[in-house]
Design a protein around this ligand. Structure first.
Ligand code: HEM
Length: 567
């Protein structure tokens, strides 16, 4: 009995020592990279130390350092004050690198992007996508399939301003926002209150569904309601950090939660197959022009045998799920507006002018003409500072002269980028004006040229055709107003388009695919709702956003909507 116990103890000690030795080895391991010169490969290897960082504890690594912060990115920002803009951490037993400055973020995501195309192997990610995170666009490692999926999605998710798809996006958004207005009227309490989040999510979901699958669902359809709730739960969950991600041995304690995640994703998949895909896949005719994104995907799976039916279903799920981000973004926008009523007034002034005091619905083509409203969306994105899914080094490499070992998780600290006085004046104030500039036409042309030559560093896709339209409009504007306007002091505000340190959608090869949809649908919702309603709250202290997070809990604050007297 005693020998048995001693044997167990020895095995345990041996295990602990073994694991900890491995953790320490991972911290001190050097990286050897060929310096590029000719000759014997081994002789030309240059040695690189890893970035500095605190010594890890057994099993938990440096997790305790973050445990005192409610928001991990705030903790990482505070650590960067001591350790610098590039430092190493060990979270659990996983080696991590935290980068917090614009130049370093650019180096990781842009210049060295090909070495950082992986995503972390978190258990939660697998559970969300049928047991394999590579089924997901955002959570998969980089691969030729991923490239193919991105290419397939590009035309539909980033339609050109001059395209028919852009018109479809606009029409769909306008139609759905009208349905929303009616539904909202029915749901308002006598005091004008409404638990608005679920309705906004349903509206946003229907915009996506109509645009991508040419189908919409009634707001009273219980299956639809349930599925929209599941998407929102997942969005909330994925935006939270869990100790489990770095300490997988905690899995038995998270069993219930992991089963809940599987339940949400199974319900979504069932809905997509039964209510969207099944009728369509039998009717698909590859010789006919594609009707929408779902058509494009289904046709592709027939024509390209390397793209399976499952891939198509997961892709649809991923993209339709994008609606949750927009619903949450809008809720965050309302939260700020409720506390800053002057922002609401300025949006309303733009909205009244564009819509002739509500005589028409504001559409996506009005975005250019409502710079303050667009600036508000940018400010919500800056303020919320949505975390970037971590990247993973796929081979040994070097950043800023430090060696990065294969499988290191790279945490992009965009919170510091968005909320530091180094980059922004009064960073903790909500000020959409920071995204506006008073510009004359010469300057706008210069910006357009610069952006075209620099590429889409801010992740904003800007192709040649858009540039041509943009330039044509600028020239048209100049000939009609003549240069006299330039000499007069009247200048119109314009949205600043190339702020190098503003990267809400990431940069590089894994940049967000949904940014045009975010701007377009987000704009139509925000502009039209504020054109019709004054938004406030009976309980101002309940209306809060969460730092370094675009998501709000599925059950969150209610808001008060009062019709505006606009005529
Ligand atoms: C508030 C709205 C949104 C924000 C702030 C946002 C931001 C981001 C960021 C920062 C990334 C990561 C870039 C990187 O890893 O380097 C990303 C990736 C991605 N986003 Fe978004 N996003 C939003 C909405 C959407 C929507 C509506 C869709 C879908 C229609 C979408 C689809 C994707 C996909 C598929 C990826 C992964 C791309 C890849 O890994 O190759 N996003 N997004």
């Amino acid at each position: 009995m005693i020998t048995g116990f001693l044997g167990l103890l020895c095995t345990l000690i041996f295990l602990v020592v073994g694991i900890y030795t491995n953790t320490i080895y991972n911290c001190i391991r050097r990286v050897y990279i060929n310096d590029g010169s000719e000759g014997d490969k081994n002789e030309n290897l240059k040695e690189y130390k890893q970035a500095p960082g605190p010594i890890p504890w057994p099993f938990i690594g440096n997790l305790a350092l973050l445990s005192k912060f409610k928001v991990p990115l705030q903790g990482l920002t505070q650590l960067s004050e001591e350790l610098g803009d590039i430092y190493s951490l060990t979270l659990g037993t996983r080696r991590c690198l935290v980068v917090s400055s614009l130049n370093l973020i650019r180096e990781v995501l842009n210049q060295k992007g090909k070495f950082f195309g992986g995503r972390p192997n978190f258990l939660r990610y697998h559970k969300l996508f049928g047991g394999d995170r590579n089924n997901s666009l955002a959570l998969s490692d980089w691969s030729s399939l991923q490239q193919k999926r991105r290419n397939l999605a590009r035309r539909h998710c980033s339609p050109r301003n001059s395209s028919l798809l852009f018109t479809k996006m606009s029409n769909v958004a306008c139609y759905e926002v009208c349905v929303f207005m009616n539904a909202l009227r029915e749901r308002l309490s006598p005091h004008g209150e409404c638990e608005i989040k679920s309705l906004i999510q349903q509206t946003s979901a229907n915009m996506f569904l109509q645009y991508m699958c040419s189908i919409r669902f009634d707001y009273n359809d219980n299956d639809f309601k349930k599925v929209v709730e599941c998407f929102d739960e997942i969005f909330w969950d994925i935006n939270k950090g869990y100790a489990l991600d770095f300490l997988p041995w905690l899995a038995p304690f998270y069993k219930k939660h992991l089963n809940t995640i599987v339940g949400w994703s199974t319900a979504i998949r069932k809905f997509i197959i039964e209510r969207i895909i099944s009728q369509r896949e039998h009717m698909i005719d590859v010789s006919e022009p594609e009707q929408d994104f779902a058509d494009a995907l289904l046709k592709n799976s027939i024509e390209d045998k390397s793209v399976s039916r499952d891939t198509i279903i997961y892709m649809l799920e991923d993209f339709i799920g994008g609606h949750s981000a927009i619903g949450n973004l809008l809720m965050a926008a309302f939260a700020h507006i409720v506390h800053n009523q002057d922002v609401a007034k300025k949006i309303q002034a733009e909205a009244d002018e564009i819509s002739s005091h509500g005589r028409r619905i504001i559409n996506i083509y009005d975005m250019e003409k409502m710079p303050y409203t667009m600036a508000t969306i940018s400010e919500v994105l800056r303020f919320s500072s949505s975390p970037i899914v971590p990247h993973v080094a796929t081979e040994d490499t070097v950043v800023a002269g430090y060696g990065i070992t294969k499988d290191t998780i790279v945490i992009i600290n965009n919170y510091k980028l968005n909320r530091s006085a180094q980059y922004w004046e009064n960073p903790d104030f909500f000020q959409p004006e920071r995204f506006l500039e008073n510009t004359n036409i010469e300057k706008s042309e210069m910006v357009a040229k610069r952006r075209n030559s620099e590429g889409s560093d801010s992740g904003i896709e800007f192709d040649k055709e858009d540039l041509a339209v943009f330039k044509k409009n600028s020239t048209k504007h100049r000939s009609s107003t003549q240069i006299s306007n330039m000499s007069s002091s009247k200048r119109t505000p314009r949205l600043k388009k190339n702020i190098p340190h503003f990267l809400p959608f990431g940069i590089g090869k894994r940049t967000c695919i949904g940014q045009s949809l975010v701007r377009g649908f987000g704009f139509v919702l925000l502009a039209n709702i504020l054109q019709r309603f004054n938004v406030s709250s009976c309980n101002l202290s309940s209306v809060e956003t969460i730092p370094a997070c675009i998501a709000l809990p599925p059950k969150t604050f209610s808001l008060q909507f009062r019709f505006r007297n606009i005529y």
